[in-house]
Design a protein around this ligand. Structure first.
Ligand code: T4K
Length: 368
């Protein structure tokens, strides 16, 4: 008998029976999208849950990122990280903006603020950092640099659902922060996303932009897109809210199991614990150094043969992808630390339904 496969993540799925009443309400109302009852309710409940003032729901995180950049009217060049999911840089290209990659801090995997100033040119309009794996960027340093140079800051907070930093929502940092509610995220709506906004005027503008630019039945003021979340997605979000705190606690337990069982293995490192942060444990990356008994890719393949499907998030670097590699900021000399981390990383399975014995199966497989 072979063991069941273990994937890097599995979506949080509440009991199907609890979803049916939501579907019945959608069928009864015949209101399927365009700001229906569940959409309105989820925006309010999520803002309260996350501890933010305003939030606009989206059909996915990528369209939310594209719209966030559009809403702030940034252009020219935007400073960002190569160590992320490709959607981060793609959102710039969709706005005709040139990404300028800067290196990361190899300890946190986030943009290194010390690299930002030398990347600023007269064309720079904004900074687009990523709270990678949900770990907080150096928000104070980034704000200071942005203010000194008159730049906007848009956080790609796709991984940062519910994360708190110094007792406050991490999402309250930046001019805007963008969430993903994709099925693989700690909180999901199948596909989905949101922009966290500082005030109601910005939210209103974003609400127009996600609805083609309509401000009323007959008036279109901007080239908006269709970024609206539908009622089935919103219903899933409302139901998830009942379960997400418990799910994050369970993720925390798995995080502890891995940390205890993997510490002290020669050549393997983990992200440090940030005492100022309340994390969501959405990823568990390990970093396979030269002192480990085998290379990262050999370990990755060996785990796969054992039915354990870890993922090399984020390898390859965005800057190594064909559409980005000709940019001068994509040169290997500019990004040595991001490259090293991308060559070492392996994200281990972590999700609420992963049992303790599954987690120990992963540990035993790594120990070989
Ligand atoms: N910015 C950042 C920093 C991001 O990480 C992302 C997305 C975005 C922006 C854009 O947000 P969205 O537009 O996606 O809302 C996944 C996700 O598709 C993507 O959302 C995520 N980041 C990225 C890090 O990971 P893949 O290609 O690795 O997913 P996939 O289909 O290989 O799934 C991974 C594993 O999850 C599977 O092996 C099994 C499990 N799975 C997946 C799905 C979709 C399930 O069990 N059920 C499922 O329905 O990109």
């Amino acid at each position: 008998m072979t063991d069941d496969p273990i994937y890097v993540t599995r979506p949080l799925l509440p009991p199907l029976a609890e979803f049916i009443p939501y579907l019945e309400r959608i069928w009864e109302s015949r209101w399927l999208t365009n700001g229906g009852q569940f959409h309105v309710e989820l925006e309010a409940r999520l803002a309260a849950h996350l501890g933010v003032e305003h939030l606009a729901l989206f059909t996915n995180g990528t369209i939310a990122l594209v719209t966030a950049l559009q809403a702030l009217g940034v252009g020219g060049e935007v400073i960002t990280t190569p160590y992320s999911f490709v959607a981060t840089a793609h959102s710039l290209i969709w706005n005709n903006i040139t990404p300028v990659f800067v290196d990361i801090d190899p300890v946190t995997c986030n943009m290194d603020p010390a690299r930002i100033e030398s990347a600023i040119t007269p064309r720079t309009t904004a900074i687009l950092p990523v709270h990678c794996y949900g770990g907080p960027c150096q928000v104070a340093e980034i704000r200071e640099i942005a203010d000194a140079h008159g730049l906007r800051v848009i956080y790609d907070a796709a991984h940062a659902f519910g994360v708190k930093f110094e007792g406050q929502s991490l999402l309250s940092h930046g001019d805007l922060a963008v969430l993903s509610f994709h099925a693989t995220k700690a909180f999901h709506t199948f596909e989905g996303g949101a922009i966290v906004c500082p005030n109601s005027e910005t939210k209103k503008r974003i609400d127009h932009l996600k609805n083609f630019g309509f401000v009323d039945e007959i008036t279109v003021v901007e080239v908006g897109i269709n970024g609206k979340m539908n009622e089935i997605q919103a219903a899933m979000g409302l139901l998830q809210l009942e379960y997400v705190d418990e799910a994050i606690r369970r993720r925390g337990t798995i995080d502890s199991i891995y940390r205890d069982a993997l510490s002290g293995i020669r050549g393997l490192t983990m992200l440090p614990i940030d005492r100022k942060c309340e994390p969501n444990y959405s990823y568990f990356p390990i970093f396979v150094g030269p002192d480990f008994v085998e290379s990262r890719d050999r370990l990755y393949e060996r785990l796969r043969r054992a039915g354990i499907f870890g993922r090399r998030y984020f390898y390859p670097l965005i800057s190594d992808m064909p559409m980005y590699r000709s940019l001068s900021s994509a040169s290997p000399e500019n990004l040595p630390r991001a490259r090293e981390v991308a060559n070492r990383v392996l994200c281990l399975p972590i999700y609420p339904d992963l049992t303790d014995s599954d987690a120990m199966r992963v540990v035993r497989a790594i120990r070989g």
